[in-house]
Write a protein that binds this ligand. Sequence first.
Ligand code: NDP
Length: 475
Amino acid sequence: MAAHQEKKLAQERKHKTTQNDTQTSQVQWGRAWEVDWFSLASILFLLMFAPLIVYYFIMACDQYQCSLTDPIMDLLMGNKRLSDIWNKTPTLTYRAAGIYSLWVAFQVVLYMFIPDFCHKFLPGYVGGLQEGAVTPAGVVNKYEINGLQAWIITHVLWFANAYYFHFFSPTIIFDNWIPLLWCANILGYAVSTFAMIKGYCFPTNAKDCKFTGNFFYDYMMGIEFNPRIGRWFDFKLFFNGRPGIVAWTLINLSYAAKQQELYGQVTNSMILVNVLQGIYVLDFFWNEAWYLKTIDICHDHFGWYLGWGDCVWLPYLYTLQGLYLVYHPVQLGTANAVGILMLGLIGYYIFRVTNHQKDLFRRTDGNCRIWGKKPTYIECSYMSVDGTKYYSKLMTSGFWGWARHFNYTGDLMGSLAYCLACGFAHILPYFYIIYMTILLTHRCIRDEHRCFSKYGKDWKHYTAAVPYRLIPGIF
Ligand code: NDP
């Protein structure tokens, strides 16, 4: 039904755009056309320092047992020079390059050449051919949703190897972690640079390109909205989900295998991290079609932020808890373990139910039941650049009546649970909750700014009805 409505909207928009072609040859909504100095400064900072931050964390585990302060102290006290740390860092190896190339090639094959069969036998799962949201230029892209299948095949093969074939050790990822970091960086930079050149020379859809004239901004935030090779190789869908998110659970399994190898057992904290993050990853693939309608896919262009971020930032920094537990095998008391499990599960429940409530509400245009009742909502309208007025609804029932982004709150509770599983000896595993809090608070503000620009006074009515952003009564 949602797909049908969006198709209608796209056709309507296409029609209007053709009529006003001279005025709207390039659409105005989506990411910024102009760069303010703050955005530019943030982008330059990230371009320069994000790769170093990732290196620093992984090196700190490799050389300093995951202490973030010891490397700095060593340098400040003159015990070590930068070159000493660098010289101890494993370099790129042929083995790592081979593993990484095979890994990415395998994910490309699963993505491109094996049409989804999961939706044929898994009740409630939406896979196969699906439509994305309307792009700023009024295009509705089609996607072959087969991420769950790719995840299942990859993991079945992983377990088959670990327990039966023994072609390689299940610790292979941990054992090559730093050489693989160089490979991930090479792919991250290559794909972002290619996307930039492609945006200039052979874009998939010229009307969905944005040029600010600032090289660094365009490189970081992307030019093309939905770059593709051929009809089906969609950069955003591929890099957003695979190889990074399929790898997430494998990386954690590799850490668990390393614990087993080093200490003869896998601690309950490692099991908790594997289980809770595994649920999050599976949720991502189960809802891959729904993710086509989230900000990453509907709003962001494809540049270094997504390309490099998906290849390097996500697999390396989202898995820090498991890495930490290899160096510090924490065995939690039963009460703590149960408390952390409950926090993670409740956080996941809130995250999933809140997202589901909005999805259901929007799909049925409010003709549904939320917590057993007909939902309440604020009627709102917005205008597109060609002057067409559209109508929408903002729900004030369910978790959406508690706070305007309670889905983020659930996500943060889950993130905190992963960190708490690691105990309190070091700050490194807590990087994730600090990062997620900054990311989701910034995202919340960015989204609300966009919604205010879109809905004007109707958005104000909504914020008056639901006054808090993340935590009812506090923020
Ligand atoms: P949301 O799913 O919250 O979508 C926000 C949009 O929903 C708004 O722009 C608006 O869009 C619409 N909306 C807002 N309020 C209402 C309402 N009351 N009723 C109906 N529609 C409303 O945001 P995201 O796409 O950012 O997040 C999706 C999920 O992904 C979240 O659960 C988040 O936690 C998770 N996430 C995880 C990340 C990670 O790295 N682990 C990173 C980013 C997100 P419209 O213009 O249609 O009105």
